[in-house]
Design a binder for this molecule. Structure first.
Ligand code: ZN
Ligand code: ZN
Length: 307
């Protein structure tokens, strides 16, 4: 398979990337097996699922609100500057590389959406690549292109934390596993086993968080409806919007942040520049744009500011 030959097999990150997913899936299978064998109590099952769900939703919120709508697009402003640093640190627990590299690669995606320059275009390179493999492509450890995100480059903390993502990743996994261990009933041995079990659950939650995010690059350029002729393959999808806290209104989003080709050809429709933090446009769509709703609420509370 040609795509596999372009994966960076020399980088340890590649093995961590696949290893976490293998352990995560093994955790899910062990949960099912224990359920079928009758050795898993309903309380433990519900607790496990709740913790995974909680980790997924919180992680997705930081990805959509902070990594995407704030760091990549600056679609709202902050009342307190320290929030930028704190959110960058917490976002590092998502294990999706530094917020600056993430933002720069996303800005690049908007600029050349579905053209040969796009890093993750299904149209150009097929589904396995655009959904999954591009993350560990050769050269994926390259330095951040700061010219794409000049405002972020001025923040020295963001530059410092950019290559120290492991601090947030280990902190997030450690807290999650510790909570899982402490919730166990029993002695020291029970704590150790539940700590390990929770760590594997964390790997599973990280796996679905990755694939939830990757859906935007793959499914949202393949399946759904196109309201705007944006010159690329971006689509709107209710199912993806529900899974990703509103990111599924992706064709609206590409219209609001048009590609160079789109601008050249005069395709982009007028959008309300003060409301760029939304991806849903109609009332119905906004009901399923939970990231947009949360930003709107935080603006009303005076914690965020509109443009
Ligand atoms: Zn975007
Ligand atoms: Zn896109």
């Amino acid at each position: 398979m040609k795509a596999l030959s372009q994966v960076d097999w020399k980088s340890p990150n590649t093995y961590v990337f696949f290893g976490v997913q293998v352990i995560g899936v093994a955790w899910l299978l062990s949960l099912i097996w224990r359920g079928v064998a009758g050795s898993l109590s309903v309380e433990n099952l519900l607790l496990s699922l709740f913790m995974v769900f909680f980790r997924y939703k919180i992680g997705m919120w930081f990805i959509t609100v902070w990594r995407h709508r704030y760091f990549a697009h600056r679609s709202f402003r902050l009342r307190f500057e320290w929030m930028e640093n704190v959110s960058a640190f917490i976002s590092s627990a998502d294990a999706q590389r530094g917020v600056c590299q993430w933002a720069a690669e996303h800005v690049w995606h908007h600029r050349y959406s579905d053209e040969p320059e796009d890093h993750h275009s299904c149209k150009q390179r097929g589904i396995p690549w655009c959904h999954w493999l591009w993350v560990v492509k050769e050269g994926s450890d390259r330095v951040v292109d700061w010219s794409l995100i000049p405002l972020l480059g001025r923040n020295m903390f963001l530059r410092w934390i950019e290559n120290r993502q492991w601090i947030g990743i280990i902190s997030g996994g450690g807290i999650f596993s510790l909570v899982g261990g402490l919730l166990s009933i029993g002695g020291y041995t029970s704590f150790i086993w539940n700590f390990i079990f929770s760590l594997c659950a964390y790997f599973f939650a990280t796996t679905i968080l990755w694939h939830g995010t990757f859906l935007i690059n793959s499914a949202m350029h393949l399946i759904g409806t196109q309201r705007y002729s944006t010159g690329d393959e971006s689509r709107n999808s209710l199912i993806c919007a529900i899974l990703t806290l509103g990111e599924g209104w992706h064709n609206n989003h590409h219209n609001a942040y048009p590609s160079l080709k789109c601008v050249r050809e005069g395709r982009n429709t007028r959008v309300d520049r003060s409301q760029l933090y939304w991806q849903g446009e109609t009332t119905f769509e906004r009901c399923f744009d939970w990231s947009g709703i949360s930003i709107w609420i935080l603006i009303k509370l005076g914690i965020f500011k509109s443009l």
